[in-house]
Ligand binder design. Structure first.
Ligand SMILES: [Zn+2]
Ligand SMILES: [Zn+2]
Length: 359
């Protein structure tokens, strides 16, 4: 089969690899589409992971083979499914505290198209291992594979929203209106929250209004004193851009007792100390945490236990993810898809790779 193999930093190659073999409790899925995710982009761009690997973890496709135990568990050949590559053990210390993304079992990747498991969505077929079968979701007939592939990113956003203490009528700033920021805007609006959406691109602010933002502001021209909705301070802020300046600005913007949630700061500081991009250089006044009781929190990855709620949200189109997908690339152009996703343009949002198996 064809697969896009990561061979080192910024080196993705279309290669021929064997179709994966599956075991009794496993599935073989013919990949239809796979979303390009910022976390994969970082691994590819910085070469932080040992090659070779086949990335891509926002995968939807059709079951073409099911082992005996997988069939007993109810899986059938021909079913259209969305995959979830991480499933926690639900028993360890981390899981008991709902920090699923820190669980050792969760950190193991359960889907592969060959080599060390890394998602396997940028290939024609992927093998789904036994322990991640609970994360497989059937896609209703009326919904597309692309909608299925969006469950994973939506899950990460809903998980983060659940970490916020927000009530109906609250004001929340969402900094960054890329696909993830737009999902935050919409999900918060569905919960009765008044969203102030900010971005540097006008095209994205326009979209943010479509996705339910009450106010929008260009981050470059934002006046924190007089801006829309700023009067009484924000109840919370979501930082969906990897900008340290946005974090300190947000800490100034939220009211006492409010929360600032980091979502896009997924790159660790260089070893041996903080670089200017890390917290040390961000000029955070810790008295805002102590005296003003503001919480600085983060959220990473998905929460498997809310997957059914995510599926309802997406498949009912309450959160209509179709408007978030701007580009589709064929499998052989995966490198271009990754390059575009890494450097968003005025008209680029979520980018997906389609393997030509959608029919
Ligand atoms: Zn992802
Ligand atoms: Zn666990």
């Amino acid at each position: 089969m064809r697969a896009v193999v990561y061979r080192g930093a910024d080196d993705l190659r279309l290669e021929r690899v064997p179709v994966p073999e599956i075991g009794a409790n496993e599935l073989l899925v013919k990949v239809a589409v796979c979303g390009v995710c910022p976390t994969d982009i970082k691994k590819i761009h910085y070469g932080t992971i040992q090659p070779p690997r086949i990335f891509g973890h926002e995968t939807a496709g059709t079951i073409v083979k099911a082992g005996l135990l997988a069939r007993r568990a109810g899986f059938r050949v021909g079913e259209r499914v969305a995959l979830h590559h991480h499933v926690p053990c639900l028993e360890c210390r981390f899981c008991r505290h709902r920090a699923h993304a820190q669980c050792e079992t969760y950190k193991r990747t359960g889907i592969t198209a060959g080599f060390e498991p890394a998602g396997g969505g940028f290939a024609e077929y992927a093998r789904v291992m036994g322990w991640v079968l609970p994360g497989v979701v059937r896609i209703p007939a009326k919904n597309s594979f692309a909608e299925g592939a969006m469950l994973e990113p939506v899950n990460t956003v809903l998980k983060a929203v659940k970490r916020l203490n927000v009530m109906r009528g609250d004001r929340v700033m969402v900094a960054g209106q890329g696909p993830i920021g737009l999902m935050f805007t919409k999900i918060l609006q569905l919960r009765g929250v008044q969203v102030l959406a900010t971005d540097l691109l006008e095209s994205r602010l326009k979209l943010a209004r479509k996705f339910g933002a009450k106010w929008t502001a260009n981050a470059r021209e934002m006046d924190h004193q007089k801006g829309p909705g700023f009067g009484a301070g924000m109840d919370a802020a979501v930082i969906a851009v990897p900008s340290d300046a946005a974090v300190s600005a947000a800490l100034g913007l939220v009211r006492g007792g409010g929360q600032v949630l980091l979502f896009a700061h997924t790159r660790r500081a260089a070893p041996g100390g903080f670089d200017s991009q890390a917290a040390g250089g961000a000029g955070i006044d810790f008295a805002s945490i102590c005296l003003d009781e503001k919480d600085l929190i983060g959220s990473y990855s998905a929460d498997f236990t809310i997957q059914q709620e995510v599926a309802r949200l997406v498949f009912s189109r309450q959160l209509d993810v179709r408007g978030l997908i701007s580009h589709r690339f064929p499998l052989e152009k995966t490198a271009s898809a990754v390059a575009l996703a890494a450097k968003p343009t005025e008209d680029s949002l979520k980018i997906i790779v389609a393997s030509g198996n959608e029919g």
